[in-house]
Design a protein around this ligand. Sequence first.
Ligand SMILES: [Zn+2]
Length: 83
Amino acid sequence: MTQNAEKGLLLTGPSQEVFDIGGDAQTDVIVTPIARPVPVQTSGRTEFAARCPKCGDWHRHVALGLKTAPCGAIYELKFKGAA
Ligand SMILES: [Zn+2]
């Protein structure tokens, strides 16, 4: 008997930040701002810092893509020139 069953590795991808938009009147006209990430090497991984287009502060993320910042701003985190 093998008791060697591997425990499922908890692969946490980029967290899926769900944002519930209150009121749906202007859902279609929201233009997502773009924030340019600055790679930040931390212990064990690379994070991306970005200047928030809303509050002007720096927020950190662990992956690129559409982000919801702690301040509530939503922006797309991507490098200049990236598709
Ligand atoms: Zn912000």
